[in-house]
Write a protein that binds this ligand. Structure first.
Ligand code: FAD
Length: 603
């Protein structure tokens, strides 16, 4: 097949530019073109949203796209995710802070998107990628199996047109979504959330929002690096991000659900200022004389897809494929995932002359399943944000699953395995999906039905706490493990994940109290669960403090050290379980996990 290029990448944002870099490194012989309407110089900071990376996205950018040295030199090292949970209007120093007590060893970055895209374009030109800057893709014409894809371009300056032929056409046009819209694959995603954001030309250190005389609060930040976190100021149905950028600017954004915080209340600069004055008074005071450098917004930002990759030599990456939600900053994770799957299919095609449609379908299914799973994690959390105890348990869970399953799968590039070898990973994935579904329902129901708070007024919840099972899981991401070892560990870790769910269930039962136990059980469909606290775990719970502590498992102790311990006169756990209907009348369905199964006779 004669073509102008092996791969034409339509759209030079984060997804398109990093895909070009990855392909340049992995397939050096392939000829590559990137088409992008905007021309340099791009504005520093005030360019795009999506400035904070987490572990998977960082691994992709640093190791797979080979940008580690560049990111280390030109962008900020991030100090993890930091949350300030509490009802709106609560002074910051009175809210519970949840986040790392020291900078994580596993890296992540705060990225200035304008600078990054300026620099990436130059890196690609230097490496021989053809950049059509100032050109718009008007249409991607997908042709038959043996014909080249035809990409129709339009030049904004001289109004000329041209057609490029490519063996592959990749849509990375972001929300323009040329192919998804043309092929009818775009699907709504049930998440009634919106956002507005702006940049200010001043560094905001979160400590500036707390009076200096709150010395204990300030002393927790011994090395003055709290501000390097992605800070989340949280209240009912919303969170506000504070992200520092290497240029000295700060990115600030409101993310909220329509039920609690209608978009119309913050959808212009004036309204956003008023909204901040109402909900985040210290931030309002700090912003009073500070001009906004830009103001952007997106109403109802979520959507998904039914197909992102095809054996017929096209793919959609980044926001041209799907976007679920920005909570925990997973945007660049999904860019990494879609880019790696696309690069796999392109490699197979260039090496063998075709792509196995079954393999393309399999990668497509994995991508869609991860988008669904992340959806369960990221949406419907508005009622949890003001409750530090529920939020703490959720963070523990979400980080644990992310660090024990999703990250190792991606870091070890398990998706490259032939289908038969991939099967055990997928079986584990199904179990993780099921447990995750139960856990997310549990956290929402716990927040909605809560009658008592675990450790009220707790100033700080370290996440991850050192040393702990969670911190170990995080650090182990840096180990260079074989795929066999990875599978072995995931199999062991699934038992720990089940244990974590049981511990979360026991915390939630205390949180909702005996009066709400039955309703809680109904909402989470507890009768259908195949795990529950073992008789031994229930017995340990009622032992005197010291004895109890000695007999608790490492994971249960770690969780308790991080979140705190119930105090006062406690209703016995067997009574709470009976209230929740775990009894002969409503038996647990299977004895799959002996250690966490509560026989009917016990209650
Ligand atoms: C509120 C919010 C907060 C977010 N926060 C984060 C975060 O903290 N961390 C994170 O990782 N992600 C975050 N994201 C997601 C992040 O914004 C995206 O993952 C990322 O910007 C997507 O990159 P992209 O390359 O797909 O799209 P873009 O960066 O939008 O790039 C698309 C490119 O295509 C070009 N284009 C458009 N039309 C055409 C055309 N017809 N022809 C040719 N080119 C075209 C555009 O000019 C643009 O350069 C957030 C998203 C939202 C909505």
């Amino acid at each position: 097949m004669n073509t102008d290029f092996d791969v034409i990448i339509c759209g030079g944002g984060l997804a398109g530019l990093t895909l070009a870099r990855q392909l340049r490194r992995e397939l050096p012989q392939a000829s590559l073109a990137v088409v992008e309407p905007t021309e340099r110089p791009l504005p520093v900071a005030c360019h795009k949203v999506g400035e904070s990376s987490v572990e998977m996205g960082t691994h992709y950018l640093a190791e797979i796209a080979g940008l580690k040295d560049y990111l280390d030199a030109s962008h900020l090292h991030k100090n993890g995710l930091r949350f300030f949970s509490g009802p709106a209007g609560t002074p910051l120093h009175e809210r519970t802070e949840l986040g790392p007590s020291e900078p994580p060893i596993v890296p992540s970055y705060q990225m200035d998107r304008g600078q990054l895209e300026n620099d990436l374009r130059q890196i690609l030109i230097d490496e021989g990628v053809t950049l059509f800057e100032g050109w718009v893709v008007k249409d991607i014409e997908l042709t038959g199996a043996d014909e080249a894809q035809r990409v129709h371009l339009f030049n904004k300056a001289d109004r000329t047109e041209k057609v490029l032929t490519g063996r592959w056409a990749v849509d990375s046009t972001g929300r323009r979504q040329l192919l998804q819209r043309k092929l009818g694959f775009r699907r709504p995603f049930d998440n009634d959330q919106s956002s507005a954001w702006f940049r200010v030309n001043r560094r905001l250190k979160v400590g500036e929002l707390v009076p200096e005389d709150k010395t204990r609060w300030h002393q927790r930040d011994v090395d003055d690096n709290r501000w390097l976190s992605t800070v989340h100021l949280m209240g009912q149905g919303y969170w506000v991000w504070l992200i520092p950028l290497s240029s000295g600017m700060t990115s600030i954004g409101i993310v909220a659900d329509e039920k609690n915080q209608p978009f119309a209340t913050y959808s212009s600069e004036e309204k956003a200022r008023a909204w901040i004055a109402k909900n985040e008074t210290e931030l309002d005071a700090w912003l009073r004389d500070v001009p906004f450098e830009d103001f952007k917004m997106l109403e109802g930002y979520s959507y998904t897809t039914t197909q992102a990759f095809s054996a017929d030599r096209w793919a959609c990456v980044g926001e041209a494929a799907a976007f679920v939600d920005p909570f925990y900053s997973p945007g660049s994770d999904f860019i990494g995932l879609a880019n790696c799957f696309t690069a796999e299919l392109i490699r197979e095609d260039l090496e063998t002359g075709s792509v196995d449609p079954v393999r393309a379908q399999m990668l497509n299914d994995i991508y869609l399943s991860w988008a669904d799973q992340m959806g369960e994690v990221l949406v419907n959390n508005g009622s949890i944000f003001p409750h530090h105890d529920v939020l703490g348990a959720k963070l523990w869970w979400d980080f644990f699953v992310y660090w024990t399953f999703m990250c190792p799968y991606f870091f070890r590039r398990a998706y490259r395995l032939p289908a038969a070898e991939l099967a055990p990973f997928h079986d584990l994935g199904l179990r993780y999906n099921r447990l995750n579904h139960l856990a997310q329902e549990l956290f929402t129901a716990w927040a909605d039905l809560k009658t008592v708070t675990l450790n009220p007024g707790r100033p700080f919840t370290p996440l991850p706490m050192f040393p702990s099972t969670l911190a170990d899981q995080h650090l182990e991401l840096l180990e260079d493990r074989s795929i066999e070892h990875t599978l072995e560990r995931m199999t062991t870790d699934i038992a720990l994940t089940e244990e974590l769910l049981v511990e979360s269930l026991m915390l939630a039962l205390r949180g909702v109290g005996p009066e709400n136990g039955a309703e809680f059980a109904r909402r989470i469909d507890l009768a259908s669960w195949d795990i529950a606290p073992s008789p031994e775990r229930v017995r340990i719970d009622s032992l005197p403090r010291r004895e109890r502590r000695e007999l608790l498992s490492t994971l249960a102790r770690d969780l308790e050290r991080a979140l705190g311990r119930w105090a006062g006169d406690l209703v016995p756990m067997p009574d709470l379980l009976t209230n929740a209907g775990i009894s002969a009348k409503n038996p647990i369905k299977s004895n799959k996990n002996e250690s966490n199964t509560l026989p009917q006779s016990n209650v």
